[in-house]
Design a protein around this ligand. Structure first.
Ligand code: GZL
Length: 341
């Protein structure tokens, strides 16, 4: 079902670079030139994609997955907007998409709250909204068609269970374990779920003590900064839980700069979420103990949903992707050879 495009004959239709290829990751500047709107009117399914930002390896892989899926060769015209980790940019992008009467809006919401108004506008405009990766908190579930992403709480529980088994196997099951956590962007679905999931396992271990949790905003620089503060504040940290790979890389840098050690042979256990290639390489180097996968390849999943909607078929409200974890007991060299991210 393609919406007949309303030609926007306004000066605001500034030239925009619309990308269809992953390596560009360019974003659409403002509105599309009206002559381009005419071209695509009935030829493509037009998708407006509002992305969180470009803060991490995971994010870049996720952006690439959608850009490699929604190409003109596949019958799509993608309007991509990088929110640069600011909700106001994403709100503006979604309003732009509504104004341009896209066929579908794909939104990866940086945080869970503050979306009801703009999603009501999309609903009033008859534009389905698919949440990709992160989700929203709303009293009105009709404001979006569905959410495809990870079960972040399960990821957090998996990490807690792994740590429990790891400590048990090393004869430390009864020892006091002092933990710090580098949280992701506060209020994001990934941060909420991972914190909650790990906390559930914490409750089963009265000998585990969470010394501190602070947000590193999913970035390596902030992760290093927060870990430096933790190292100054606590001199006997046993484990560092990093809610994404990039913060773990920052934490490892801070630990090493402080003359301390981490990883399977170090004095601090470091675990992280995402499990991108660089995290597995850090495990091979002995800097990180385990990485809990968060699948970034959501492009094909989102496309399947759009194709179902095009055929007038119902779609499930929540669609979780398959995920696993990796640790240094595994043949990481072989795994690295066969992994696409
Ligand atoms: C998780 C995603 C998170 C990643 C981070 O699905 O939202 O955001 O874990 C990214 O790397 O910044």
């Amino acid at each position: 079902m393609k919406k007949t495009w309303l030609l926007l004959l306004t000066a605001a239709a500034a030239a925009g670079a619309v990308c269809g290829c992953a390596e560009q990751a360019e974003q659409t500047e403002g509105l599309l030139p009206y002559e381009e709107l005419a071209e695509v009117s009935d030829e493509y399914i037009v998708v407006g994609f509002s992305q969180v930002g470009s803060e991490s390896d995971w994010r870049m892989a996720n952006t690439a997955s959608l850009q490699e899926t929604f190409t003109e060769e596949n019958g799509y015209y993608l309007l991509y907007e990088d929110g640069q980790q600011k909700q106001e940019n994403q709100l503006k992008a979604v309003r732009n998409f509504i104004l341009q009467e896209v066929d579908y809006i794909v939104l990866d919401p940086i945080v869970e709250t503050g979306w009801d108004g703009v999603l009501q506008e999309a609903k009033d405009a008859g534009i389905p909204v698919i949440l990709s990766d992160r989700s929203i908190e709303t009293a009105n579930e009709d404001l979006y068609t569905c959410w495809v992403g990870s079960d972040f709480t399960a990821e957090g529980e998996r990490a807690g269970e792994w740590l429990s088994a790891y400590l048990e196997n090393r004869g430390r099951g009864k020892e006091e374990i002092r933990i710090v956590t580098l949280q992701g962007t506060l209020g994001s679905t990934a941060q909420i779920g991972r914190t909650e999931g790990f906390a559930r396992v914490m409750e089963e271990h009265e000998n585990w003590k969470m010394l501190d949790r602070q947000s590193g905003d999913f970035t390596q620089a902030k992760g290093e900064e927060v870990m430096e503060q933790f190292l100054e504040a606590y001199d006997d940290i046993d484990a560092v839980v990093c809610e994404n790979d990039n913060m773990a890389f920052g934490a490892v840098d801070a630990i090493q700069k402080a003359g301390r050690t981490c990883g399977p042979d170090g004095d601090m256990i470091v675990i992280c979420f995402d499990a991108m290639q660089a995290a597995l390489e850090a495990m091979v180097k002995g800097e990180i103990n385990a990485a809990f996968e968060c699948n970034p390849l959501l492009g094909p999943e989102v496309e399947e949903i759009i194709q179902s909607l095009e055929r007038g078929e119902p779609v499930e409200k929540i669609r979780y992707v398959e995920e696993t974890y990796y640790d240094t007991s595994m043949d990481l060299e072989s795994i690295l050879k066969n992994r696409s991210y």
